[in-house]
Each structure stands twice: as structure tokens, then as C-alpha cells.
Design a protein around this ligand. Structure first.
Ligand SMILES: [Zn+2]
Length: 348
């Protein structure tokens, strides 16, 4: 048996060459591992010889009101996206998918764009980042600092994706490439390696579900390798203003409007059927109102934890939930990313 397979998330067909969607049904892929967990993190990624950068997410663990706050953003661009881009770009480089100097495109609400621009700069690719007209200005300057070109698109998040895909450049959209979400398995491994006990509940900000999926796969791998007894309950958290996944699971029809949690787009995720099954079988999903997101962010800020609204939302879900159980919040982006949004928040 091979050490891993890459299969269609819908019909199970194997991936041809390095396509981003299945040639039979057009769905994106999943990575399936067939080897036991290794304490040497790189050995859990059999499709690359070594990750480009040795990024560790677990730099600090602070406890606020009994909740473990797990920082994932002490990384090059101050967001957890670097953990996914690290495996994606390692793969792209090792398979020679892009030649130095070639233009590559990505669509993003900001954090992925900044991370993408950083890794393109490391490998000498020409980064073309597509964003929506009202994208967060701090993230835009970050993208520019790495030398990337920005294309601002009028329209919905889906329009931005369409433009990036049809730009004529090599499309490296992070939602599509399975090597991106797969990078987030490292988060589960680090939690396993750094805590005596895995918390019972883990709260995860949910946008397109790549973080959720990667963290789930990491814990599943640990459970299948006999390292942990069970997969902790993973709680997906979305803004009420941007809750595509919640609507899909609960059958509600909350309208998508803008949220102070600008990194959480609220679109229906690409692998929505897979994510729905995982959430229903192993997790749960919650939605949070804007004023609660702002309260949590301010509360954490005054307690010495500066994170973006899009991360603080997970704390909102955790603080009023099932007391008595052990809880952890995954903090995805540094508060620096909010600089220009602060006035907007105080006006609310
Ligand atoms: Zn298929």
C-alpha cells in the first residue's frame, strides 16, 4: 500500500497528475494517509521530503477564564495560514509545478493573500493576489510589502475567486489544493505533543473549513495511530453575518452581510459535504453576533491577548459553553491585522 493517496472528495477517483479538481466530477481532493503518526513532524507528510520552513505554532499557551488560548500566529505573516502555505509551497516546489519567475494567482480576504505573497517571495514566483474591493487595508499593505500585485475585484467573494482562477496565471487557490489544508495537521500534533491531556472541546473559527478539516485529520491520524483515545469535539464558529456552513447544516437561511470578522467569508465551503459529515459526527457548529465578537476581542485585548476579531469569535463561543469541560480556543490571526478596523468597532 502506498503511504498516502489523493482522492476525489465526492466520487473517490484518484487524482490525475496535479489537477486541483477531479477530472470525472469536478470536485476537490482529499489526502488520505496510510502510515502511523511519527513524532518527527516532517515524516507525517510523505508527499514532500521536507517542509520549506520549520514553523511551529505552539509558542505560548495562555489560560483565560479556564480556557486554553492556543496561539497559531507567531509565524512569518502573523496568521495560521502560513502553516498551510508551508506544505503547499513545499509540494509545489518539489514537484516543479511552477518555475521561478512565473506568475501565480490566489484569491483571498487578506490573510491567505499575505501568506501566499510571502511564500512566493521566498521561492521567486510572481504573486498576483485577487481581493474584494472592501478588503482589510492592513492585510493589503502586508501583501504589497512582499512585492505582490493586488487586483481589487468588485463583487462577491465568489466573483473574486472566479477572476483569480480565470486570470491566465497558474492558479494556486489555497482552498483547492489539498496540500494546503493538510498542513494544519501539524496543529493537532503540536497540541498532542505539548499538552498532558487533549482538551474536550476545541473552538475553531470557520470560514471555508480548511483549518477545521486539517485539524480534524490531524486528530483522526493520532487516534488511528493509537496515540489518543478519541477525537476531541471540534466546535466550528461562524459570525451570524457570514454563516454559510451553519445554514447548510441547520437548514437556516441567515443572509450574508459584512462582518467585523473579515477573515471569515461565510461562503459555502468547497468540501461542504465532507465537512458537514465531520461536524455532524464529531463536532458541532455555533454562530455569534457582531457585538459579542467585539466584546470578546476587547476582553482579551485588556487581558494581554491581542488577536483579530476573526479569532476572538471562537472565544465568544467558548466562554458561555458547557462549563466543567476542558476547552481550548485556536487563535488564528494577530490583532495587528485589525488596526484599521478598530474605529469601525468602536462605532458599533
Ligand atoms: Zn470526482
Amino acid at each position: 500500500m502506498p503511504l498516502y493517496d489523493v482522492v476525489c472528495s465526492k466520487c473517490g477517483s484518484p487524482r490525475d497528475s496535479n489537477n486541483i479538481v477531479c477530472s470525472s466530477c469536478g470536485s476537490p481532493f482529499l489526502i488520505e494517509l496510510h502510515k502511523d503518526f511519527s513524532d518527527k513532524i516532517d515524516e507525517n507528510y510523505p508527499y514532500i521530503s521536507k517542509r520549506l520552513l520549520n514553523i511551529k505554532s505552539h509558542i505560548q499557551d495562555q489560560v483565560i477564564d479556564g480556557i486554553h488560548m492556543e496561539g497559531l500566529f507567531y509565524t512569518p505573516t502573523l496568521s495560521y495560514k502560513d502553516l498551510g502555505m508551508n506544505t503547499l509551497f513545499s509540494f509545489i516546489r518539489e514537484k516543479n509545478i511552477v518555475h521561478k519567475g512565473s506568475p501565480v494567482s490566489e484569491d483571498s480576504s487578506g490573510n491567505a493573500g499575505a501568506s501566499f505573497a510571502f511564500f512566493c517571495n521566498v521561492l521567486g514566483y510572481r504573486a498576483e493576489v485577487f481581493v474584494s474591493k472592501n478588503a482589510n487595508p492592513v492585510k493589503m499593505s502586508q501583501i504589497r510589502n512582499y512585492g505582490a500585485a493586488i487586483h481589487r475585484i468588485e463583487g462577491t467573494r465568489e466573483d473574486v475567486e472566479y477572476q483569480a482562477k480565470n486570470s491566465g496565471y497558474i492558479y494556486l487557490g489555497h482552498q483547492y489544493w489539498p496540500e494546503f489544508y493538510d498542513g494544519f495537521r501539524t496543529i493537532s500534533y503540536e497540541i498532542y505533543q505539548n499538552y498532558d491531556e487533549i482538551p474536550e472541546l476545541i473552538y475553531i473559527p470557520f470560514s471555508t473549513g480548511t483549518l477545521y478539516l486539517g485539524v480534524f485529520e490531524g486528530f483522526k491520524h493520532l487516534a488511528e495511530s493509537g496515540k489518543i483515545e478519541k477525537i476531541p469535539e471540534l466546535v466550528a464558529v461562524q459570525p451570524k453575518n457570514a454563516c454559510g456552513m451553519y445554514n447548510l447544516i441547520k437548514g437556516t437561511n441567515y443572509k450574508r452581510t459584512s462582518s467585523i470578522a473579515d477573515a471569515l467569508t461565510g461562503v459555502t465551503p468547497l468540501r461542504s459535504e465532507v465537512l458537514k459529515r465531520i461536524i455532524e459526527d464529531y463536532g458541532s457548529i455555533r454562530i455569534i453576533k457582531e457585538d459579542e465578537i467585539i466584546n470578546s476581542r476587547n476582553y482579551l485585548l485588556f487581558n494581554g491577548i491581542d488577536i483579530e476579531f476573526s479569532s476572538a469569535i471562537a472565544f465568544s463561543a467558548a466562554r458561555n459553553d458547557r462549563n466543567g469541560q476542558t476547552k481550548m480556543v485556536l487563535m488564528t490571526g494577530h490583532g495587528m491585522k485589525n488596526m484599521k478596523l478598530n474605529d469601525q468597532a468602536s462605532a458599533l
